[in-house]
Design a protein around this ligand. Structure first.
Ligand code: SF4
Length: 347
């Protein structure tokens, strides 16, 4: 049984709740921001799933939905076989222990008035776990686990480096022994050398504790290092999903190919696809018709403007939402036949 199953999940915001100025438009005419728009995937126990995409693609909103920090517009989030989209009070308490988050910016996510020891202990205090002495030992063990020297126990966040602060955030996330951690761009606020240390730490912790990770990042190198499977998001939709080997070695979606082509290679003489993505990611208020990637896609055909591609199956769980690569593969499944009929009908 998957640990986490996300099923046709949508989160649409009214444009007013995203700070857009709407000049007195009535409620029903206000545009809708499709932050997450029909996303489905699974995470197995102990697995690391990478979620990648440009800023504004909906990956952080998806992380917040999984955490229960915001409610979905529709769709289901199933954790350990149970729908947690609208949990009971007891279930909420269990989920708060079982699903934790590591934030992007450890400085703003840590209480500046509390010492490291208090910050890491807080989840144990809230959930009344162990005696005072046992909590003290647990905090010391957590600090050892994330290689945070014990001499920092009474330090305040502003006295620590960015890497040390992120170690505090990770120790706090581990305090209750979660089954799943959502790590939302946990290294993007850090220097390059510190990023590598934190990625190594997450990898070791994942191996030692068996916790599953949803690793959200725009950094494809980091995702490749840490993840077993990867999902690529564009404008609130999943456009490709597969194992790291499938997606990095045989990307099927043009957007994935463009993202991969953008990764610098150490050897300038090495063969490397060159793709320059034109234009910016469109606003999620005005999602293009048909395939949402078509205004930026160098492979687009007329039909791409009218018919949204489904996630075509390429075998072994590798799926990508592109009509044209599906056609190049000779029509990978029945869905492709349906597209051809739909596209024909739309002419
Ligand atoms: Fe490009 Fe068409 Fe494929 Fe969309 S469906 S990615 S527009 S080729």
């Amino acid at each position: 049984m998957p640990l986490l199953q996300v099923d046709d999940l949508k989160k649409h915001f009214s444009a007013t709740s995203t700070g857009q100025r709407l000049l007195g438009l009535p409620q029903r005419q206000r545009p809708v921001v499709r932050a997450v728009d029909g996303v489905s995937f699974e995470v197995q126990p102990g697995e690391t799933m990478g979620l990648v995409g440009e800023s504004g693609c909906g990956k952080t909103t998806l992380g917040r939905l999984i955490m229960g920090l915001i409610k979905p517009t529709s769709g289901r989030i199933i954790f350990e076989g149970e729908d947690i989209s609208a949990p009971s009070r007891e279930k909420t308490s269990y989920l708060r222990r079982s699903i934790q988050i590591i934030f992007q910016d450890p400085f703003s996510s840590l209480d500046p008035r509390q010492s490291v020891e208090r910050i890491v202990r807080e989840p144990l205090d809230i959930h009344r776990i162990g005696t005072k002495e046992e909590r003290r030992h647990r905090v010391a063990a957590l600090m050892d686990q994330v290689a945070l020297p014990q001499r920092h126990a009474q330090a305040y966040p502003h006295e620590l480096s960015g890497g040390m602060r992120q170690r505090v955030g990770i120790a706090t996330a581990l305090a209750l022994g979660p089954k799943l951690i959502v790590a939302d761009e946990p290294t993007s606020a850090l220097d390059a050398s510190v990023q590598a240390e934190i990625l190594n730490l997450l990898s070791d912790l994942q191996r030692d504790t068996g916790v599953a990770l949803v690793f959200i990042s725009h950094n494809l190198d980091a995702v490749r290092f840490l993840s077993r499977r990867i999902a690529v998001m564009y404008l609130g939709k999943m456009v490709e999903i597969g194992t790291v080997a499938q997606v990095y070695e045989q990307p099927e979606h043009p957007y994935t190919r463009a993202l991969l082509a953008d990764i610098p290679v150490p050897d300038p003489a090495a063969q490397h696809e060159t793709i320059e993505l034109v234009g910016e990611i469109p606003s999620p208020i005005n999602v293009p018709s048909g395939c949402p990637f078509h205004p930026r896609c160098w492979m687009a055909r007329e039909e791409c403007k009218t018919t949204a591609p489904p996630l075509y199956e390429y075998g072994g769980g590798h799926r990508a939402a592109c009509h044209v690569t599906a056609a190049e593969h000779g029509g990978v499944n029945e869905a492709h036949q349906q597209w051809k009929e739909l596209a024909h009908g739309n002419r």
